[in-house]
Design a protein around this ligand. Structure first.
Ligand code: HSE
Length: 309
């Protein structure tokens, strides 16, 4: 077995409006790096993460080591590994940073072990990290971080993943206002029962969004992204959400919603010029409000977790 490996795992946008817990896509070149080293022990160890000292180094409390442990137990392997995470995005952004850690870690260890699992089979292990963090083993961030592209989770029992094709020219502008929202808290706010009329609207939109992606119908994508169940509740936690959404759509955005559990907001657009205009609007709104932001423009990343060294 090689001594060490360096991997990249992309950040992701989950839910994509109407697809709570069942849809997500990878960003292109935005994400995190992980160096994994083989050790002489059988323990999993995590180095303190530079700039993010709150991230647990206890392997029982770290999302990535919990995910790797589940995988090693399945294989009855007792080899130890050390993990060094190089984070570029703050946790609590809504861009699936913990999912990138879990996805990258299971991907890297699987490579070092000689690839006993296919990449798609790693999703269920990476989901153990999400379970630790939010109480629910959802896969809408970890599946695109591992597999890239736009992923639909058709079903959880058993896990049934669909790789959805998407228009080549689709851009995404993301604004990350510098307030933290914990996924666990943002999930507790949600209703456990929803009226039939809302469910009907929502599943119509899910079908419309998938059809729009497959046929590159941007109007259909835009009008299908409407989320009548989760966004109206969670958007209250995000300063300036309504203004950002209205301004993004007014300058040509195809559809706008919360990235994951927030606070990041994302808007699709048909070309880079529109994506830049949206970025400008987002910057103006938050600068007037005195709220610091980080902005990204990306396409949907076609490649998921990969070796970079
Ligand atoms: N589907 C998840 C949620 C994504 O919205 O809570 C956040 O990790």
């Amino acid at each position: 077995m090689q001594e060490s490996i360096k991997v990249f795992a992309p950040a992701t946008v989950a839910n994509v409006g109407c697809g709570f817990d069942i849809m997500g896509f990878a960003l292109d070149g935005i994400g995190e790096e992980i160096i994994i080293r083989k050790t002489e022990t059988n323990a999993l160890t995590v180095l303190p993460v530079r700039g993010f000292e709150d991230i647990p180094t206890d392997p029982e409390k770290n999302v990535a080591t919990v995910a790797v442990k589940a995988m090693l137990e399945r294989l009855s392997v007792t080899q130890g590994f050390e993990f060094e995470f190089i984070k570029h995005i703050k946790p609590g952004s809504g861009l699936g940073t913990s999912a990138s850690s879990s996805a990258g870690a299971v991907f890297g260890v699987n490579e070092m072990l000689g690839r006993p699992f296919e990449k798609k089979d790693l999703v269920e292990f990476a989901m153990e990290g999400e379970k630790l963090l939010s109480g629910k083993a959802h896969g809408d961030n970890v599946s695109p971080s591992l597999l890239g592209g736009f992923q639909l989770i058709r079903g959880y029992n058993p896990l049934d993943l669909v790789n959805v094709s998407f228009p080549e020219n689709l851009y995404v502008t993301i604004v990350h206002p510098q307030v933290e929202i914990k996924t666990s808290e943002a999930r507790k706010m949600l209703r456990t029962e929803i009226p039939m009329s809302e469910a009907v609207t929502q599943w119509g939109n899910v079908g419309g969004l998938v059809a729009g992606l497959y046929t590159s119908d941007l109007d259909l994508i835009g009008r299908s992204m409407q989320d009548v169940i989760v966004e109206p509740i969670r958007s209250k936690l995000i300063p300036k959400f309504d203004e950002v959404k209205a301004a993004s759509l007014a300058v040509g955005g195809v559809g706008c919603s919360i990235a994951g559990s927030g606070p990041s907001i994302f808007t699709f657009s048909k070309d880079e010029e529109t994506a830049q205009e949206i970025k400008l609007k987002m910057t103006e709104i938050y600068s007037e409000a005195g709220i610091e932001v980080i902005l990204y423009i990306s396409k949907i990343g076609k490649t998921g977790a990969r070796i970079i060294d």
